[in-house]
Design a protein around this ligand. Structure first.
Ligand SMILES: [Zn+2]
Length: 330
């Protein structure tokens, strides 16, 4: 019994030390959804993240929480849980698209699944999302946050907070609000829709810190908000990842990646999010060695600012990419 208590205490101290590290040196965080056969065991997945040099990992699966948290303790990695506050399960009022938006082809070959659309293309996210003003979200998310903290998670990472059409929502509540606000003079619609996202993030931050002031908040801005992909600079959050190079073809050009990393790291919570599908079900989107090389050349300039990389399972077995990550994070 004595041994058990000792082990628990040591683990607890360990987590506190990593939390300090994360707060002072920024978060190096990774996430994964697709897992190769070699990494069936949860402990192998976490050990792989550790071997790359990450100090935190986001669990995107709906099961095996305990195994994940235990593996994180063993590897001195901070466990984060992904949460999607605009998921249908947290409310009732779905975002509404215009008639024209409903006719946009959601499966064209250059579709970016919520990332910035390819040049000349219009994208609609096929996943249904709640309007960020749905007043049921906060209470339902809070209940889930309490459950997650009880399980032993040290951080929460928000995902899928945004608009399906990447700019607006046409539900009755949004429409009525705009009517009321523009009664006397026209309003700036881009600023209006941006403020709804900022308000939701800021409320979530206040609520989760009221539940547990030590919980670490993070997010990945996704889907992107086209009128201002960097609105994240205005939200209250500990670590905010902004996409600086996306998964899918056409892969982003050097100048665009450079600009996105520079802008993201210019605000205190900002961390670049770099995406890879090197294998698995989306292997046709594999980035070339040349592409990887210049992405990491830029990242090295900003290495102290932190980093989020996704998707972890696709990195497994990719020696060139693994070496680049290890060198960057050491
Ligand atoms: Zn709405």
């Amino acid at each position: 019994m004595k041994n058990l208590i000792l082990i628990f205490t040591l683990v607890f101290i360990n987590f506190s030390l990593i939390a300090q590290d994360v707060n002072s040196k920024k978060l190096k965080i990774t996430a994964g959804w697709y897992w190769p056969d070699e990494l069936k065991e949860v402990s192998n997945k976490v050990a792989f993240a550790k071997s790359l040099g990450f100090n935190a990992m986001i669990w995107c699966s709906g099961t095996q929480d305990k195994e994940f948290i235990n593996a994180c303790k063993k590897n001195s990695i901070l466990p984060f849980k992904i949460m999607e506050p605009l998921s249908k399960k947290y409310g009732t009022r779905l975002q509404v698209l215009t008639h024209e938006e409903k006719t946009i082809d959601q499966k064209h070959t250059l579709h970016q699944y919520g990332g910035e659309p390819a040049k000349g293309k219009q994208d609609i996210l096929s996943k249904k999302l709640l309007c960020p003003t749905d007043d049921k979200i906060i209470k339902n998310v809070n209940d889930e946050v309490k459950r997650i903290i009880k399980l032993g998670y040290k951080g929460i990472c928000w995902d899928f907070i945004g608009y399906r059409n990447l700019k607006s929502c046409h539900c009755m509540t949004c429409t009525d609000k705009i009517k009321l606000l523009s009664k006397d003079k026209p309003i700036n619609l881009a600023a209006f829709y941006e403020s709804q996202l900022i308000e939701l993030y800021n409320r979530l931050e206040t609520e989760i810190k009221n539940i547990d002031k030590k919980i670490i908040s993070a997010c990945h801005i996704h889907p992107t908000y086209l009128p201002n992909p960097f609105y994240a600079s205005k939200i209250k959050i500990d670590h905010c990842a902004v996409t600086c190079s996306w998964f899918f073809l056409p892969h982003w050009k050097k100048s665009k990646i450079n600009n996105h990393i520079e802008t993201t790291t210019s605000f205190s919570s900002g961390i670049p999010m770099i995406a890879y599908y090197q294998s698995g079900p989306m292997s046709s989107h594999t980035k070339s060695k040349k592409q990887i090389d210049f992405e990491f050349k830029i990242l090295h300039k900003y290495k102290k600012k932190g980093l989020m990389i996704c998707e972890l399972g696709s990195i497994y077995g990719q020696d060139h990419l693994i070496k680049k990550i290890q060198k960057l994070l050491k």
